[in-house]
Structures are given as C-alpha cells and as structure tokens.
Design a protein around this ligand. Structure first.
Ligand code: NAP
Length: 302
C-alpha cells in the first residue's frame, strides 16, 4: 500500500510516499481502508522529534471503510463506513482500535469524518471530564478557530454555556458562525478588557495566552489547558483551579454523541483544506503555521 513515512525526525521534508505492507489487525482492532486522514499538530510535533519509534507513518484521525476486523471485534463489518481515531492513518490502510471508531453517517463526507477525532474528543474531555462545565456558566475559549477550539465552542453552546472566543481578524467570522456569544480579535483587543469573572477557560494555545487568561477568571473558576502543564503558582495566586486535560475514557460514547449532534445540525465540522496524500509535506507546513481554521485533511483516493 502507499503510505507516508519518515525515517528520521526533522522538517516536513522528511515525509516520503512509500510502498509498505498492509498491516494486520489484532484481536480488538479494525483494518480501515482509509479515505481521509485528519492532520493534527501532534503529527508534526512527533515528526519534528517527539517520536522515537522510527520509521513511522503519521496520522491519528481517520475515516474510511472497514476492510477487515480482528477476531474479538463485534459490531463492524467489511464495507461499513466509519470515522474515528487510529494510528498511521496517512496511508491507504490503517489500524484503529474498535473502541475508537463509530459508523459514519451517510450525509457526512469522508473528509468531514476525518476532521473530528482528536479535536472533538480533546474538547469533550476538557469540558466534561477533566473539569465540569455547567449550563449557565461563562467560558472563554482561547483559540476558538482551531481544530480543538472550534469544538470547545460548539460543545459549550450545546451544554448551555455563554461563550467568549478568541481568534485573529481573519477567523472572527468563522467563530461567529460557530455560535460564540462574544468574538474577540486578539490582534487588537486584550482579552482581559472584555472577559472578566468567567467561570471556565479552555486554553488551546498556552504561553502568553495562558498568562493573560488568569486575570479573566473569577475566584473559584477553572482553567483547563491542552498544551502542557498549567502554571500552578499563578493558579494559586488567582484563586482558581488549573488542570491539564486528561485522557479520554470512552471515545465511542463521545463520538456517538457527536454523530447525534451532527444529525441534529448541532455539530458543524470545518475542513480548512484538503490535500492529496502525496502532499502531506504541504499539509504539515500549513498546520505548522499554528493558525488553523478547523482541520486540514489528507484525501486518500478510493
Ligand atoms: N493534550 C492533548 O490531548 C492535545 C490534544 C489536541 C491538541 N493538543 C495541542 O493543542 C494545540 C491546539 O491544537 P489544535 O488542533 O486546535 O491546533 P490548530 O488547529 O492548529 O489551531 C490552533 C489555533 O490557535 C489559534 N491561535 C494562535 N495564536 C493564538 C493567540 N495568540 N490567541 C488566540 N488564538 C490563537 C489559531 O487561530 P488564529 O489563526 O485565529 O490565530 C488557531 O485556530 C496544539 O499545540 C496541539 O498539539 C493537545
């Protein structure tokens, strides 16, 4: 099969299209014939140096058709259209654990299906598992246009929260379309002049953005960050709880709920740009600008 691989860590230039063997699913795994793969920042972070297991095929987010199931897998059959998360998804075939795949609705494109996985799951865990966002609370989503932030906005609105979102000028229309109550252009408005006494901050950016976030929270509020460990000293100083996002406990439950929301029009995916598989390098270079709008996707010809 054709697959993107890298044999050394480095710039996007290390990504090569190669012919490799089709993997075999283990007992609890599904072999997916990939139609589209989402491009996440972790893919290029691993390529740049985080991944010690070489050679490697990048890719977690996937959608495609079930090709084969492991002996212990029930509920999936060959030919079924699915989306979810797996490993090595920048390829014609990829392995996914059966407990991280769900059926793809007929009116969801493969590109859309490949755009949800890591983004929506991370936002869900941040809002409803690592901490609990409640109806009627106010949340500030830092980085509201990104592949995680866009789900932070939509899930918080679904929960009944008031949402303040930050983005650069070119993404303000987009975050308004997601339903934010207040859109703040961080290039010309310091967030702490608009967001005051919020209950919850979802920090998808970190660094200086996290530093600004402390003063937007009310005492007793909560900041969940998805980029490393939060600054506990600052949290204590501001009388707030700071949490690093945890790992999901039940991906299928989350993804099934996303399918229900999608059917009801309450979960709108956004595919920023589709690249063919052999342009994974260009896709990584675009993602590495860190100014994503929705999710970049690789299309794998059927
Ligand atoms: N721990 C975990 O489990 C986990 C899971 C998923 C992702 N992550 C990490 O979380 C980060 C975000 O992931 P992602 O998939 O959402 O990335 P992404 O799709 O590339 O989005 C990044 C977003 O950050 C925004 N941004 C950049 N600078 C900003 C600023 N100063 N203020 C406000 N927004 C700003 C960009 O919006 P503009 O273009 O409008 O600036 C862009 O929409 C990455 O570092 C990723 O590795 C961690």
């Amino acid at each position: 099969m054709r697959a993107i691989r890298y044999h050394d860590n480095g710039s996007a230039d290390v990504l090569k299209l190669e012919e490799i063997a089709v993997p075999e699913p283990g007992a609890d795994e599904v072999l997916v014939r990939v139609r589209a793969a989402g491009v996440n920042p972790v893919d290029w972070k691993q390529r740049s140096g985080m991944n010690p297991n070489l050679p490697a095929t990048p890719g977690i987010d996937v959608s495609g058709l079930v090709e084969k199931v492991g002996a212990g897998v029930h509920g999936f059959e060959a030919g079924q259209e699915v989306w979810g998360t797996g490993q090595g998804t920048y390829a014609e075939y990829a392995i996914a654990p059966a407990n991280s795949l769900v059926p793809k609705p007929a009116n969801m494109s493969f590109e859309e299906g490949a755009s949800f996985g890591v983004g929506v799951r991370t936002a869900w865990v941040a809002l409803f598992e690592s901490a609990i966002l409640e109806s009627g609370q106010t949340i500030l989503v830092q980085g509201a246009a990104g592949g995680v932030g866009m789900w932070g906005v939509q899930l918080a609105k679904w929960k009944g929260a008031t949402v303040i979102g930050t983005a650069s000028s070119g993404n303000i229309d987009f975050i308004n379309s997601l339903g934010v109550d207040v859109a703040v252009d961080y290039t010309n408005t310091p967030i702490e002049t608009v967001a005051k006494d919020v209950d919850f901050v979802l920090d998808t950016v970190g660094g200086a953005v996290q530093v600004q976030s402390w003063q937007t929270l009310k005492r007793g509020g909560t900041l969940v960050t998805i980029v490393g460990d939060p600054d506990q000293e600052q949290a204590e100083k501001h009388g707030v709880t700071a949490i690093r996002v945890g790992r999901p406990t039940d991906s299928v439950k989350i993804f099934d709920t996303v399918n229900e929301l999608f059917a009801a029009g309450g979960a709108k995916p956004l595919v920023q740009k589709v690249f063919p598989l052999d342009q994974a390098k260009q896709a990584h270079e675009l993602s590495e600008t860190t100014h994503g709008r929705g999710r970049i996707v690789l299309s794998v010809s059927g």
